[in-house]
Design a protein around this ligand. Sequence first.
Ligand SMILES: *[C@@H]1O[C@H](CO)[C@@H](O)[C@H](O)[C@H]1NC(C)=O
Ligand SMILES: *[C@@H]1O[C@H](CO)[C@@H](O)[C@H](O)[C@H]1NC(C)=O
Ligand SMILES: *[C@@H]1O[C@H](CO)[C@@H](O)[C@H](O)[C@H]1NC(C)=O
Length: 406
Amino acid sequence: MLKPHLSTFLLFFLLQFSLSTVRSATLSADITALKALKAAVKPSTIPPSSCLESWDFSSDPCSLPRLTHFICGLTCSPDSSRVVSITLDSQGYSGTLTPLVSQLTQLVILDLGQNFFYGTIPPSLSSLTQLQSLSLRTNSFSGYLPSSIGNLKSLQELDLSANSLSGYLPNTLFSLSKLTRLDLSFNNFSGQLPKLPPNLQTLAIKANSLSGSISKLSFNGLTQLETLELSANSLVGVLPGWFFQLPSLQQVNMANNSLIGVEIWKPDKECSELVAVDLGFNKIEGYLPVNISEYPVLASLSLRYNRLRGPIPLEFSQKGTLKRLYLDGNYLSGTPPAGFFAVPGGVAGSFGDNCLQTCPASSQLCLPSQKPGSVCKQMYGRCAWINARRAVAVKPQARDGDENSA
Ligand SMILES: *[C@@H]1O[C@H](CO)[C@@H](O)[C@H](O)[C@H]1NC(C)=O
Ligand SMILES: *[C@@H]1O[C@H](CO)[C@@H](O)[C@H](O)[C@H]1NC(C)=O
Ligand SMILES: *[C@@H]1O[C@H](CO)[C@@H](O)[C@H](O)[C@H]1NC(C)=O
């Protein structure tokens, strides 16, 4: 009788012992930080059966199994001693981000996205040297991006989009040498683009108040950059020729800025992967950049609503990869190459709202209608405009050596 009883007792004791070992496993500094994190969220914004609701500190956060407490929102290291990720659900949590989050020094992922967190981003975040992914997107954070962000040496993804952040972008961003994705879109950052982290693949700072011009200082050495989204800012100046030669570039959107010119050099290598370029709604002057037709896989080009003049180059109509071409809202003149109209459905887009002397009204490409003659006369000068019209009247396909003109 005694023997089995003792062994049962021992087993029970051992079980208790091991449970209690697990129960007190989480480092106390981590527990303090988690408590502070929850305490900074207004209780009225923590709904029943949300992750934060289940953060009940009568139990140890990392102890297993987590059936009734700490059900979601965090994961711990395999030995249950450290919190390694916090990924809150999107429940409308409203509160500030506690500076004590800096105690979670083994944190690899911090994601508070799509809630109503407000206040500033605590500079103490810089203690999280293991952090690989930080997302505070779609919240109400305000104030500056602290320059101590540069200490997050492990960071690969930083998403602060759709907040109310402002001020200059810190130069320390450059020291984030592992960062591949940076999204700061829909904030109110101002000033020039700083020197950018060297391994970026995706950079999005859409809809901010960035000013200044695109400088080599920012983009030097960005050999991995594939996607650049800088639309709806206040960028000025001329987009320089080296820009489209960045070797990994695929998509560029700088629509809705105040660029006044674009230089395009021929691609450096046959292997340029540039697919889509949107420079619409700027103040770009001059002629259409013929060199862009040399980019081997370019499929989409928008230069709509700029101040471009002169003819649509024949090279554009001969570029088989081009599927979308928006040139509307400029002062383009002459006759579009007949090649555009030879294959129905060949290219989508628009040549409308220009100064084209002829454009077959039967083609979708020619909608909407051209600018009034008075506007074009003002652009080109009265005599030049009248002479151009005469030339077209005499020889409609004069500029276009296409087979359709015969
Ligand atoms: C954005 O910041 C600029 C100053 O840099 C300020 O003039 C402007 O009002 C701000 N816009 C918004 C929407 O806060
Ligand atoms: C640019 O502005 C126009 C007109 O305000 C708007 O229709 C368009 O969506 C904007 N495009 C981008 C990429 O911001
Ligand atoms: C086309 O590219 C070449 C070299 O890549 C450059 O020298 C030339 O100026 C460019 N032409 C235009 C019109 O920009």
